[in-house]
Design a protein around this ligand. Structure first.
Ligand code: NDP
Length: 453
């Protein structure tokens, strides 16, 4: 059977663009559809604008601290519209690069919505139907807001946060995951009165318990009004702002209520049923180890498969898909020991197991140190950094590494190489410290603080 394309990719985000570019560069006929802006969540309303906001939010504290180092700095105020203009320009620039790179590789781009019609047919919003030997679904996810909360329509999500017309004076952030904790630090740093409600006992569920406690303490010390065990009961729009009643009876008024309560795969009305593609309970596309769905010609990568919702993971999945389908080299994307960083202030970088996961499986030694870094000695700041290694008592391998410190994201990328290679505690110890740094602690922890037999 003749097809219009060798590959049709639905979704122009990190995963989709990588698969399309590699495949087109390999000489195949490739098309891609994107209904919004090229670049996807990461570039347009996720990692990139978030990180730029993190940078913006750090200058007020930095200027204050500079005084302790002898600088005479007079702080002005933060100009949200001017920052937003720069941000929008930057995102447009990056979007242009994404579009250009895909085009240069030979990918034909349709700037419209595409849905599946059958295992080899894609229907475009303008009514055109095209066929492809392989279809890759890489449509990502979208923020989820619980519709059980009365007044939830007044709350915004991370999709809208970059476009709010002015910096809120009072913001409520709901959730205790990556996005909620990062934005709590961002708005606090920008000078907004920031409140965070999290329904569970401690934020960042799933991460290392000791690290969660440490980061929660730092977030609260910085000035975020963090309430755990607290959720929103109802929201009402009033003359002076959004009135929020919490489950603990607390009532308060906010200018913005930001819900960061997870993300859902973008699979609604995508034609998955028509094509016979199976989905899971959360709406995610079910795939095997090679990202293939139950329909042999249809694959899926990235957040739409709800495996690990991280850009670099989507990219790895896309590369593995390309190897498997177009290079005759069956490749499984590796989801083990994926390093990641939460861009709170300070950052929390981690790779491998938490203490709780490791000790449930085998005997482990825990090495952990928390201390005030040298830079804070001039500053009235009690903020402590934390370095933690979880070591298998039998093989001596480092099973997990957790770092809370300024630039922990940068540090964990490098520590991640050692953990991924299977480095032992003795390999860490054999490495000479870089002095004076915070990170030298990672090779200097001599005695375990806990042993789980
Ligand atoms: P997360 O899954 O990390 O966190 C969701 C939070 O919302 C949890 O605290 C959860 O509570 C809470 N929650 C869920 N449902 C409700 C509800 N109905 N009412 C109240 N609270 C609720 O999702 P995020 O939205 O923060 O981020 C999505 C994903 O994006 C992350 O998992 C991550 O993979 C990725 N991401 C990565 C970043 C990075 O690498 N730096 C940055 C931002 C996002 P509970 O714990 O009780 O379930």
């Amino acid at each position: 059977m003749e097809f219009d394309y060798d590959l049709f990719v639905i979704g122009g985000g990190s995963g989709g663009v990588r698969a399309a570019r590699l495949t087109a560069a390999g000489g195949q006929k490739v098309a891609m559809a994107e209904e919004f802006r090229m670049g996807g969540t990461c570039v347009i309303r996720g990692c990139v604008p978030k990180k730029l906001m993190v940078f913006a939010s750090q200058y007020a504290a930095a200027a204050k601290e500079a005084k302790a180092y002898g600088w005479d700095i007079r702080m002005g105020s933060f100009d949200w519209p001017s920052f937003q203009t720069r941000l929008k320009d930057e995102l447009t620039r990056l979007e242009g690069i994404y579009t250009k790179n895909a085009g240069n590789a030979g990918v034909e781009i349709f700037h419209q919505r595409a849905t599946l019609k059958d295992p080899h047919t894609v229907q475009l919003a303008d009514g055109t139907e095209v066929t492809a030997k392989h279809i890759l679904v890489a449509v990502g996810g979208r923020p989820f807001k619980p519709d059980t909360v009365p007044g939830i329509e007044h709350a915004i999500t991370s999709n809208e946060i970059f476009d709010i017309p002015e910096l809120p004076k009072r913001i409520l952030i709901v959730g205790g995951g990556y996005i909620a904790s990062e934005f709590a630090c961002i708005f606090n740093g920008l000078g907004a009165e920031t409140t965070q409600y999290y329904r569970g006992a401690q934020i960042l569920r799933g991460f290392d318990d000791e690290a969660r406690g440490h980061i929660a303490e730092l977030i609260a010390d910085q000035g975020v009004d963090l309430h755990v065990g607290t959720d929103v009961e109802r929201i009402e729009k009033r003359d002076d702002g959004l009135w929020v009643k919490a489950t603990d009876g607390r009532e308060a008024i906010f200018d913005v209520v930001l819900y960061a309560t997870g993300r859902k795969p973008n699979t609604e009305s995508l034609g998955l049923e028509e094509a016979g593609v199976e989905t899971g309970r959360n709406g995610e596309i079910i795939v095997d180890d090679f990202s293939q769905t139950n329909i042999p010609s249809i694959y899926a990568v990235g957040d739409v498969t709800d495996r690990i919702q991280l850009t670099p993971v989507a990219i790895r999945e896309a590369v593995a898909f390309h190897e498997t389908v177009f290079k005759g080299n069956p490749t499984k994307p590796d989801h083990v020991a994926v390093p990641s960083a939460i861009f709170t202030q300070p950052e929390y970088g981690s790779v491998g197991m938490t203490e709780e996961q490791a000790r449930d499986e085998r005997p482990v030694e825990v090495y952990s140190a928390a201390f005030r870094p040298m830079q804070n000695s001039f500053i009235e700041k009690n903020e402590r950094v934390m370095f933690k290694l979880i070591v298998c008592a039998e093989t001596r391998k480092v099973l997990g590494c957790h770092i809370i410190a300024p630039h922990a994201g940068e540090m964990i990328q490098l520590a991640g190489v050692a953990v991924k290679m299977g480095a032992t505690k003795e390999d860490f110890d054999a490495t000479v410290a870089v002095h004076p740094t915070m990170a030298e602690e990672i090779v200097l922890m001599r005695e375990p603080i806990r042993v789980h037999a």
